[in-house]
Design a protein around this ligand. Structure first.
Ligand code: GPU
Length: 838
């Protein structure tokens, strides 16, 4: 029945107060939430109460769009991208949502009228640090771009109760503290208590033949956990599309579905509450390092099983046929962490939906695609077969069967090439059998990609060589990207306004439009404005550095930034060796001309990674000596900024002049910090590694400081028998720096502190730090020289930003959509959801 005009009016007014975007309405909404959600009134409300109230007011506005989006995806004959990732490093939601909704200014007015400062409230948010580094942050950028491009998508993952640890520095050492991000509640998520799935773990498998003579498997679990869905709406930029990030929390099941489990010994399966809750308790803090722990495998299986059960339920509820699952969903595996999904899909199809094996395998292979994110051998996931069997006994059988049939196929295709067969095998042979997750992912996927051009090429030559030989047509490259909404508009509003004042706002959704800035690169007044903004941002960061570390830094010095996880292959120690060399030059010649520089480091070390923790101690120790030495006269400063996370990254990138991207060539799959820094006008000093290669191609070799061995030269050197000691002996500056570290010059004359790090450099140096030292130091001289010429520097900085269009995650997502997912935009219109529609 059509509603009368009067009804419509009343709905509109109700809607205006509920989800209107004007400052008055926002103010009223905040006060309402303060009262009805927080039970507070202005006189007694804390800042956190206001933060919560404001967030709920914003969430109301998201929900209207979210419901419209969900409705559209459920009704339409619409394929949905399903992104499976064990990590999402989202960063704070509030400011991002204000920007994407287009209500930042209005909210500023609303909070001012309440006597509140918007920045304070934004700062109240505890960021969800549900990831370690690049891989998790990429997933978050992709969620933003998927929504902005109006692509129907669901991100699936784990709702860790404790995200990545908080880092503090005590006596120069990293100290870890738990990240209790949910302590004060999370206004951005909606718990779907009714939406849960049972997940079996452990136990054993019974085999029997059913009345039709069919061979059947019955998995009797050792325990059952329940996954509860927690949904976070992810709104696109200035569109109505609001996608879902669905994270699973593990709980003990209160009751059981007896139909499903009454065949066996289910009583033992009602497990301990704490054991069940442990599964989604904490994020493993290792970046690119496997942790072969049972709990980690349980986490992976838990979230993947919930997600696949959920997708199947959605598909079937819309009248879809299980055989056509891939018409509804395309499932992207973010590295091998969710690769168990291949076996789980087979189990669901064969055991639960009774699909014939061959058809099930066909459905599975049409549903999954796999992204590889690393070439480091120690990061490739394998599971000890016995451990695997203890957690997933049925999946072991399934993988054995997949493998048996797959190897039969390979044998025929390769005329029995034994080397090829054993390298492609999902289960390694030998006495200690391992399940190789990358092989499972490759075998079960229709597409395989790397994350930068060089990385994708190297994959084909190294870790996935044999897979490439087998199925070259499945391989492609999808160079990573980052969202300009968070990494420019939100974190660098001044630079963004300056850009928009020249070329309009189109670049925010179409980053290629930044090339419009090139025509101003030589314009002295634009250069001046550009550098003024940069200086402002440097002043802001200098203030924070003083607050956080008590170190006073000069905003007119070069801000040389090395921020990322601490890892030997990322070579923070190469950087600090250069700092020591500079310091020694000053000591030897106090009047030497030195372009003032502030070396800013930030990043977390995995708690069990001894050498990475030593690298932090080395940086802070060098800082203590250099920063206080009167002879240096403040010309160089070294800062270790603690607790690098998304919030801190947003403060650091806009203030950077120099971006350190100095990994050993062939080791960094892509890098994404390199992109964010360059977009914000930092100049890169880097190796030909990961996406650096493409960044340099785009910004021009003359606007990029290149040094170091190429990947081929690295391989060559290694095969010739690389001896780091020769480099140590041959370069006096290098030798002096290492000798000083060794002698305790930076550690109160106790040289033994750094002995493991030094021994590793002098006698192994698998990342060729010493081999690249000389060329690095030489290139750093060119950096300093370039900085002296303010106009030249400004021009280079502008051109860097102007030419970064390719590195928007919008471009990456378009590439995935066109080449792999075959999904296009599906714009959402707002619906009046108070009216029940059919
Ligand atoms: N990466 Br594998 C991680 O951050 N963690 C991991 O466990 C693995 C990869 C990173 C790569 O190191 C980085 O080069 C890349 O840009 C990023 O994934 C996203 O692809």
């Amino acid at each position: 029945m059509k509603s009368s005009t009067k009804d419509t009016e009343s709905i509109l007014t109700r809607e205006e107060t509920r989800t209107g975007l004007g400052p008055e309405t926002l103010k009223r909404a905040i006060l309402n939430h303060l009262f009805y959600n927080q039970g507070k009134f202005p006189e007694i409300a804390t800042r956190n109460d206001y933060y919560m109230a404001m967030s709920f007011a914003v969430r109301d506005r998201l929900l209207q769009r979210w419901v419209a989006s969900v409705k559209k995806y459920l009704n339409a004959d619409q394929k949905i991208v399903s992104y499976l990732s064990a990590e999402y490093l989202l960063g704070p939601h509030l400011a991002n949502n204000l920007i994407n909704l287009g209500i930042y200014e209005n909210m500023e007015k609303a909070s001012n009228s309440l006597g509140m400062n918007l920045d304070w409230l934004i700062a109240k948010e505890q960021e969800p640090g549900l990831g370690n580094g690049g891989l998790g942050r990429l997933a978050a950028c992709y969620m933003d771009s998927l929504a902005t491009l109006e692509i129907p998508a669901i991100g699936y993952g784990i709702r860790y109760q404790f995200g990545i640890f908080e880092q503090d520095i005590k006596d120069g050492w990293q100290i870890e503290d738990t990240d209790n991000w949910l302590r004060r509640g999370n206004p951005w998520e909606i718990a779907k208590r009714e939406l849960g799935y049972d997940v079996k773990l452990g136990g054993y498998v019974q085999h029997y033949t059913d009345i039709n003579g069919k061979f059947k498997a019955n998995w009797i679990p050792g325990m059952i956990v329940k996954g509860i869905a927690y949904d976070t709406p992810i709104l696109g930029y200035r569109v109505n599309t609001c996608n879902t990030l669905r994270l699973w929390k593990s709980e003990a099941p209160k009751s059981f579905d007896f139909q499903t489990f009454n065949q066996g010994l289910y009583s033992g399966a009602v497990s301990d509450k704490t054991v069940c809750e442990n599964i989604s308790k904490v994020l493993y803090p290792n970046d690119e390092q496997r942790e072969g722990k049972i709990l980690r495998l349980q986490q992976q299986y838990f979230f993947v099983s919930c997600s696949l059960q959920d997708m199947i339920a959605i598909h079937l509820s819309q009248g879809g046929k299980i055989e056509r699952f891939y018409d509804k969903f395309v499932v992207q595996l973010n590295d091998t962490h969710p690769a168990i999904g291949v076996a789980e899909m087979m189990r669901l199809l064969v055991d639960v939906y009774e699909v014939e094996w061959d058809l099930a395998w066909d459905i599975t292979k049409k549903s999954f695609a796999y992204t590889n994110h690393t070439l480091l051998p120690e990061a490739l996931e394998t599971w000890d077969q016995d451990l695997f069997q203890s957690v997933l006994p049925r999946h072991l059988e399934i993988i054995q069967e997949i493998n048996r049939r797959f190897l039969d196929e390979v044998t025929i295709r390769t005329y029995g090439d034994q080397d090829l067969i054993s390298s492609l095998s999902i289960i390694s042979d030998g006495p200690w059998k391992k399940i190789r997750m990358a092989n499972l992912a490759c075998a079960g996927s229709f597409a395989i990609n790397g994350v930068a051009a060089l990385h994708s090429e190297l994959l084909k030559k190294t870790v996935l060589k044999d897979w490439y030989q087998l199925w070259p047509e499945k391989f492609s490259n999808k160079t990573n990207g980052v969202t300009p909404r968070r990494w420019m508009v939100l974190s660098n509003p001044k630079l963004s306004s300056l850009i928009s004042s020249k070329i309009g706002e189109g670049w925010i959704k179409n980053l290629d439009e930044l090339t419009g800035l090139e025509q101003y690169a030589d314009d002295p007044s634009f250069q001046q404005e550009w550098m003024v903004v940069k200086h402002e941002m440097k002043k802001d960061l200098a203030k924070r550095i003083l607050q956080r570390t008590k170190i006073k830094v000069d905003p007119s010095s070069i801000f040389d930034v090395h921020v990322k996880r601490i890892h030997e292959y990322k070579r923070q120690h190469l950087n600090i060796l250069h700092v020591i060399a500079l310091y020694n030059r000053i000591k030897q010649n106090p009047d030497a001309e030195v372009v003032p520089r502030t070396f800013i480091f930030a990043g977390k070390a995995a708690p069990g990674y001894h050498l990475a923790k030593l690298m932090i101690k080395l940086i802070t120790s060098v800082a203590d000596v250099v920063n206080q030495d009167p002879i240096v006269k403040d010309r160089i400063k070294v800062v270790f900024y603690p607790n690098y996370n998304v919030t801190n990254a947003q403060r650091i990138y806009p203030a950077a002049d120099v971006s350190e991207q100095i990994s050993t060539a062939g080791k960094e799959a892509s890098g994404t910090g390199n992109m964010k820094l360059s977009m914000n006008g930092a100049l890169t000093i880097g190796t030909l590694d990961g996406a650096n290669v493409e960044i340099r191609d785009c910004v021009g070799a003359e606007n990029f400081f290149l040094f170091g061995l190429t990947e081929e030269e690295v391989q060559q050197k290694k095969s010739e028998g690389y001896n780091p000691f020769d480099y140590y002996m041959a370069n006096p500056e290098l030798k002096l720096a290492i000798d000083q570290i060794n002698s305790g010059y930076f550690s109160h004359m106790n040289g033994s502190v750094f002995k493991d790090l030094i021994n590793s450099l002098l006698y192994h140096d698998q990342y060729l730090v010493l081999a690249d030292f000389e060329s690095y130091v030489a290139e750093q001289e060119r950096v300093a020289e370039a900085y002296k010429d303010k106009q030249r520097w400004a021009k280079m900085s502008i051109l860097n930003a102007a030419r970064m269009g390719k590195f928007s995650s919008d471009r990456s997502i378009k590439d995935y959509c066109d080449d792999i997912w075959k999904v296009g935009p599906s714009p959402v219109e707002l619906v009046d959801f108070h009216q029940k529609t059919q």
